[in-house]
Design a binder for this molecule. Structure first.
Ligand code: UVW
Length: 285
């Protein structure tokens, strides 16, 4: 196919060809989503993941010998790797747009702030490897509050400044515990969990992040014994600044390969009025 020089830069066909050429040339994709399994670590705030196979092969065998199995899942929308919609958190009865959260409902404000309103995300992604910046490759200590200085040091060390519109993923190193045989370790109620606090969240919002994510269950710093009772970064990001939060991400592979900048891809389920959506984000390089 030929294209004129005036249309080459903007033609959708040419753009598609360039993308296909890139795929053919071997782009690499990192899966940033956790596998969904019964009993996986999750917040006790949310209904657990459950998966059953009500119809098994052989239950209904067609005349030609074929049969189909099918399954059913139940889960909270904030279980496994997921994105928080702006409907998820209110402060003093107000949602991000200032509306009254107490009159919200599936036909009310959640119609405007639910998971279905999160547009598919295709943006520059930056991984801020905080343990690497701190010189603690095993990960941040339990309950450690990641400071704005830590975030800035990570960005500077890697040469990947955060730009307006970015998706910023924060590696704390805690993700290594997701598959630990003691499922309570990752949840970290007793030990605390590392993450940003209000100051780090403000730094991310000031940098212009469109969305932020982390390898932990609640994105933010959880103090030992405090559980999920106080979540200041959620207030800053979801209520005050309008920044989406992605939780329980798999970031170890990116960090192991020192991939700090990538194309970030995420498409939430368009669950009408939902406060969040399970997702399987990708990093493409
Ligand atoms: C947790 O599950 C702790 O986080 P969120 O409710 O914000 O999704």
């Amino acid at each position: 196919m030929t294209t004129t020089s005036t249309t080459a830069a903007t033609s959708p066909v040419t753009g598609t060809q360039a993308l296909l050429a890139a795929v053919g040339a071997g782009v690499r994709t990192y899966d940033l989503g956790r596998r969904l399994t019964i009993g996986m670590p999750q917040s006790p705030n949310h209904p657990p993941f459950w998966h059953a196979l009500p119809r098994r092969h052989g239950d209904n065998v067609r005349a030609d010998g074929g049969s189909a199995a099918n399954d059913i899942i139940t889960m909270g929308t904030h279980v496994g790797t997921h994105i928080d919609a702006f409907a998820h958190v209110s402060q003093d009865g107000r949602l991000v747009d200032g509306s009254d959260a107490t009159v919200a409902g599936r036909g009310g404000r959640f119609a405007e702030l639910g998971a279905h309103t999160i547009a598919p995300i295709l943006r520059r992604g930056v991984l801020l490897d905080v343990p690497a910046a701190l010189g603690q490759p095993d990960g941040c200590p339990p309950g450690y509050e990641i400071t704005p200085q830590d975030l800035s040091a990570a960005a500077q060390r890697q040469g990947t400044p955060v730009r307006p519109g970015d998706v910023v993923l924060i590696r704390s190193g805690w993700g290594r515990l997701f598959d630990h045989e003691d499922r309570t370790r990752y949840v970290g109620h007793a030990s605390g969990v590392p993450g940003v606090g209000a100051a780090g969240a403000t730094w991310l919002a000031d940098a212009g992040a469109h969305a932020v994510g982390a390898d932990t269950i609640a994105f933010e710093c959880l103090r030992p014994g405090a559980g999920h009772s106080v979540l200041p970064a959620h207030r800053v990001l979801l209520v005050e600044r309008g920044v989406y939060i992605i939780e329980t991400m798999a970031l170890e592979e990116l960090a192991a390969d020192a991939v700090h900048e990538f194309l970030f891809v995420l498409s939430p389920l368009a669950i009408f009025g939902a406060t969040g959506s399970p997702v399987r984000p990708l990093a493409v390089i």
